[in-house]
Design a protein around this ligand. Structure first.
Ligand code: HEC
Ligand code: HEC
Length: 400
């Protein structure tokens, strides 16, 4: 037991006594099940179990869900509320949704966000929609392989501070959640094995389950795949460029969620991919700006300079500005950079020609595109927009 807990290190270890307690509970229910009290208890115990079924869009495989955090409707409901609850930050000013707005497909429209205590973050906020399918999280960190482990960053991170929960205020923050009767009623039903159900593990489990639940398949492109929508000729020509060998886009954005790290039940665990797309070439040295050098920040290896995850392009029309540092304003600008084979920065501290970056992925070699071709690619990218999540009660701010 001790060994497996160690292997599991970090905050997200398994609840040790889960199996034995569940067994004890099952026996109790079985023996007192016929009395009035027993029936009530049975109902309360049964409710949150195995009541989750994915309604997956065409072409979307079954997501992987960690064994320690099975999906349930009641759990997703708790996570939904917590995601929007500003009491979950040290100073009570920020929730997850402060940087992940539902109306912007859970991004925030800013170049880079500002944390609860004023720290400016280095990277652009990515969408949390469809995150059930990501193999790694954030822009370039192969170690963050679950939503659960990712959440340590916004909750407890100190460099930079996001939600600002630390050893000093941890108890106080938990107290705010515990004292709310809405949570007090629901946590014990979902986390029946926990002595103190309102704890950080269970908060993290709930929010992760909510994030996993955000899969809708309502985009025009998905409707087109189902034979329920027609693409315009411009969108169709954009699709062909995107998927064809002229555009090369599909090599890195070719999966059902338009990224190359997607995971799901039955997926092969290929080598993780991170790519330098020639956004920078500071002083002609191949460097990216300090603190934003991609995989290099973690491995220190030259070949990883400027290597980032290819983000999912679902909802991309709503997630401007673009790239890991939010330095590209529009989709047309993105396409222009790909067409050129990298970005040219002519002045300032980051001046340099990204097209000549020695670490650049060879697929980013410049593409001959007419103005109409570029417009077509953008038109196609716009067909990847899912529903406005702020308009669906399953995802919208429950405090509004
Ligand atoms: C102050 C702004 C801010 C807050 C608050 C915030 N995030 Fe984020 N989030 C970001 C940024 C910026 C990134 C990208 C970080 C990086 O790549 O280094 C990110 C990344 C993520 C990712 C990874 C998505 C992906 O595609 O890899 C998830 C999931 C996520 N946040 C969930 C949450 C949750 C859950 C909360 C609340 C507990 C939260 N965030 C609070 C700014 C924020
Ligand atoms: C070699 C792999 C690769 C190829 C080929 C590629 N991309 Fe990308 N794409 C990436 C990576 C990596 C990023 C993030 C780069 C960064 O932030 O530094 C990205 C970012 C983007 C973004 C910004 C998304 C966001 O949320 O910020 C868009 C849009 C995009 N690519 C579209 C395209 C299109 C259109 C093509 C074809 C013309 C294409 N990509 C070809 C790897 C690739």
């Amino acid at each position: 037991m001790a060994r497996s807990r160690e292997k599991n290190k970090g905050r997200f270890a398994a609840p040790r006594r889960f199996t034995s307690r569940a067994l004890v509970l099952a026996v109790v229910v079985f023996t007192v099940g016929t009395t009035a009290f027993g029936l009530q208890a049975t109902g309360a115990l049964k409710a949150p179990r195995q009541d989750w079924s994915w309604s997956l869009p065409q072409g979307f495989p079954q997501p992987r869900v960690p064994a320690k955090n099975k999906m349930s409707r009641a759990k997703v409901e708790i996570g939904h509320r917590l995601f929007y609850d500003t009491r979950l930050s040290g100073n009570g000013t920020q929730s997850c949704s402060s940087c992940h707005f539902p109306e912007l497909a859970f991004t925030d429209g800013r170049t880079t966000p500002v944390g609860s205590t004023g720290d400016v973050l280095a990277r652009n906020a990515p969408s949390v929609a469809n995150s059930a399918y990501h193999r790694t999280f954030t822009w370039a960190n192969p170690a963050l392989t679950s939503l659960e482990s990712q959440m340590d960053v916004p909750l407890f991170g100190t460099n930079p501070v996001e939600m600002g929960i630390n050893d000093k205020n941890k108890k106080k923050v938990l107290g705010r959640i515990k004292r709310d009767p809405w949570y007090a009623k629901r946590f014990p039903r979902v986390y029946r094995w926990s002595k103190k159900p309102v704890n950080w593990f269970n908060i993290i489990r709930s929010i992760s389950a909510f994030q996993r639940s955000i899969v809708t398949g309502t985009s025009k492109y998905n409707r087109f795949l189902r034979g329920k929508a027609e693409l315009t000729s411009s969108e169709r020509s954009g699709l062909n460029l995107f998927m064809g060998e002229d555009g090369e886009c599909h090599h890195c954005h070719g999966s059902f969620i338009f990224e190359d790290q997607a995971t799901y039940i039955g997926a092969a665990d290929e080598r993780l991919k991170f790519h330098n797309t020639g956004l920078y070439n500071v002083g002609g040295t191949g460097a990216y700006p300090f603190g934003n050098r991609g995989l290099f920040e973690i491995t220190g290896k030259k070949k990883d300079m400027g290597a980032f995850r290819a983000p999912s392009l679902l909802n991309v029309a709503r997630t401007a500005p673009y790239m890991h540092d939010g330095s590209v304003k529009t989709l047309m600008d993105v396409v222009d950079i790909y067409a050129r084979g990298g970005r040219l920065i002519t002045e300032g501290p980051y001046a340099g020609d990204g097209a000549l970056n020695p670490h650049k992925n060879p697929l980013i070699s410049g593409i001959k595109l007419s103005e109409q071709d570029k417009k077509d690619i953008v038109a196609f990218l716009r067909t990847l927009t899912e529903m406005d999540y702020s308009k669906d009660p399953r995802f919208a701010d429950p405090f509004k």
